[in-house]
Design a protein around this ligand. Structure first.
Ligand code: SF4
Length: 490
C-alpha cells in the first residue's frame, strides 16, 4: 500500500475527490463514523440513518470492486485516522478538501494532504474572483455568469427561451384537486435494517442509501416531475409532502450524485422538447446557481460569518420547532411533523415558514441555525450557514440579501392550503384568532423600522405601517403572541 485515502460521509463517489485516481493495489480507503457525528447534537435520526447507511453501502461497493476498506468507529474523525495510522505509520493520508472550516482545520492539523474538492462545479478561486469583483453579491449575477461559463441553456451568448430567469411564471399556487405522480419507495436491505436497528428506528423508505437508488430518484424526477416542477416550485400543500421537487439534495450533498451528472441528465431530457423552459431553467438554476453560490459564499464570507446577529435576535428557540404539538399554527405543525418524519421539506417552507418565523420573532440566529443543521437530511455547514444567517434571518445586515424575507399570513394563504384547517385567520392581525405571522410581520417591521430606514427595497413595506390605524393594538397582540409562542401555547 502506498496511500491512505480518507473519504468523508459527504464525499461518497469513486469518480471524484480523493478516489478520483485511486487504485486497489496501492490505496487503502478509510471512512470514519465519529461519535461526534452520531451523538454530538440532537440529530434527526432519519438524517443519521441516511448518512450512515449510505456510507456503509459505499464502503461495501468499494470492497466489491477490489479495494481494501476500513470503516472505523471513533470518537472523532482524527481519532479514527490516528488509529489507522498506528498500523500504517509510513503511509501518507490523502483527502479531498473537506466541506467545512472545522474539519478542514482538524485534518490539516493532523497532517492530511488535500486534493481538490471537485464535488462542486465552481472552483473556490473562481468564485472568490467573482465575489471580489461585485458591489453586492447578487446570486442572479453569479448565476448568469455560470450559464455562460458552463455553456448551459445559452445560444450565441443569449439565454435559451429569451430570458435568464422565469421566476415570475414559477409562482403558481396549486389548482384544486391537483394530483401528483407517486414517489419512489426504497425497500430497505440488510444494511439499512441493521443501521436503523442501531439507531432505534424503523428503516426509512423515503430515501435511497446507494448510488443505484439515487440514480433511480433522478430518473423518476426527470420522467414524472420535471415537466411541472417550475410552475409549482413555490407552492405548499397539506395534500402532498414533496410536490414536484426533485428530492435530490441529499444525494448531491453526500456525494452519491454529482451536480454535473444531474445537470447533464436534465439538459438531455429538456432537449427531447416536452419540458417547458421555465421548469428546465428553474431546476438548472437550483443546481448551477443556488447550490454553487451558497457553497462559494460559505467559504468567501469566512468562519466568523455564522456568529453574526445584526438584528439582535435573542429569543430562545421556540418549543414548536422541536415539538409540533406546541403550536396551533397549522402551517408550522404540518411542516415540523413532516421534518420529523422524513428530515425534509422543500426550500419554500424552510424559508417562508420556518426562517420567516425565526426572523419575525427575533429568535437567536445561532440557535435557529443549530436546529436547522440538526433536523434536515441534506443539511451541512456550507448549506445552512449562508442560507440561515444570510437569507433566512437577515443576521448579516444584508450582505447576501438586500432585504429580509419577512412575510405575513397573506403570502402563506396564497401559496398553500394550510390556512383552511387552521385555528388562526391569515387576514387578522389583532384578536385571539389573528394569524401569528400576520401580527408579527407588522410588529417586526415596526420594531426594526430604524434598521431598515435607509433600505429602499423596504420602503414600500415600511410605508405600509403608516397606513395601519391599529398599530397600537398590533403591538399589544404581538406581545401576547410572542409570550404564547415562548410557552408553546399559540
Ligand atoms: Fe399559518 Fe397563519 Fe395560515 Fe394558520 S392562518 S396556517 S398560522 S399562515
Amino acid at each position: 500500500m502506498k496511500r491512505i485515502l480518507y473519504v468523508g460521509f459527504d464525499q461518497l463517489n469513486s469518480k471524484y475527490g480523493a478516489l478520483k485516481d485511486s487504485d486497489p493495489k496501492s490505496d487503502l480507503i478509510v471512512l470514519v463514523e465519529s461519535t461526534r457525528m452520531v451523538t454530538g447534537s440532537n440529530w434527526n435520526k432519519v438524517r443519521l440513518y441516511f448518512l450512515i447507511s449510505s456510507a456503509h453501502h459505499f464502503a461495501n461497493e468499494l470492497t466489491d470492486s477490489g479495494f481494501k476498506v476500513i470503516y472505523k468507529k471513533a470518537a472523532t474523525t482524527v481519532d479514527g485516522l490516528s488509529e489507522v495510522k498506528k498500523k500504517h505509520a509510513d503511509l501518507p493520508i490523502i483527502a479531498a478538501t473537506p466541506n467545512s472550516f472545522r474539519l478542514s482545520k482538524a485534518l490539516a492539523d493532523f497532517g492530511v494532504t488535500f486534493v481538490e474538492n471537485d464535488f462542486f462545479l465552481t472552483p473556490k478561486d473562481l468564485f472568490n474572483t467573482w465575489a471580489d469583483s461585485q458591489k453586492s453579491y447578487l446570486m442572479e449575477n453569479f448565476y448568469r455568469g455560470q450559464r455562460v461559463r458552463l455553456n448551459i441553456l445559452v445560444e450565441g451568448g443569449k439565454p435559451v427561451g429569451g430570458a435568464w430567469n422565469f421566476d415570475k411564471e414559477n409562482r403558481s399556487p396549486l389548482p384544486k384537486g391537483y394530483k401528483f405522480p407517486p414517489y419512489l419507495e426504497h425497500k430497505p436491505d440488510e444494511i439499512d435494517i441493521e443501521v436503523a436497528k442501531q439507531l432505534g428506528i424503523k428503516p426509512n423508505t423515503t430515501w435511497a442509501t446507494s448510488q443505484v437508488g439515487a440514480k433511480k430518484v433522478l430518473k423518476n424526477f426527470l420522467d414524472n416531475h420535471f415537466k411541472n416542477f417550475g410552475p409549482y416550485e413555490d407552492a405548499m400543500t397539506t395534500d402532498n409532502w414533496a410536490l414536484h421537487h426533485s428530492l435530490l439534495s441529499p444525494y448531491l450533498n453526500n456525494g452519491l450524485l454529482h451536480p454535473s451528472e444531474v445537470v447533464d441528465a436534465a439538459l438531455k431530457r429538456f432537449e427531447k422538447g416536452d419540458i417547458p423552459i421555465q421548469s428546465a431553467e428553474g431546476f438548472i438554476r437550483q443546481i448551477i446557481g443556488w447550490r454553487e453560490y451558497v457553497n462559494g459564499m460559505y467559504w468567501y464570507l469566512g468562519q466568523d460569518y455564522k456568529e453574526l446577529n445584526h438584528l439582535n435576535g435573542n429569543r430562545k428557540l421556540l418549543p414548536l420547532f422541536t415539538d409540533p404539538e406546541k403550536t396551533k399554527m397549522n402551517c408550522i405543525k404540518t411542516t415540523v411533523s413532516d421534518i420529523n418524519q422524513r428530515g425534509w421539506v422543500s426550500h419554500i417552507p424552510r424559508l417562508m415558514l420556518l426562517s420567516n418565523l425565526a426572523l419575525i420573532t427575533g429568535t437567536n440566529p445561532q440557535q435557529f441555525l443549530q436546529w436547522m443543521r440538526e433536523v434536515f437530511i441534506d443539511a451541512a455547514d456550507w448549506v445552512m450557514v449562508p442560507n440561515v444567517i444570510g437569507m433566512g434571518v437577515h443576521a448579516d445586515n444584508g450582505v447576501m440579501m438586500t432585504k429580509p424575507y419577512a412575510a405575513g399570513g397573506a403570502y402563506i394563504s396564497k401559496m398553500s392550503n394550510y390556512c383552511k384547517g387552521c385555528f388562526y385567520d391569515p387576514k387578522l392581525r389583532t384578536g385571539e384568532t389573528a394569524c401569528p405571522f400576520t401580527t408579527l410581520y407588522w410588529d417586526f417591521l415596526d420594531r426594526n423600522a430604524q434598521q431598515f430606514k435607509g433600505n429602499h427595497r423596504m420602503a414600500q413595506q415600511l410605508f405600509g405601517i403608516n397606513r395601519l390605524k391599529d398599530m397600537p393594538e398590533v403591538r399589544h397582540r404581538a406581545k401576547a403572541v410572542l409570550a404564547g409562542l415562548d410557552s408553546g401555547l399559540i
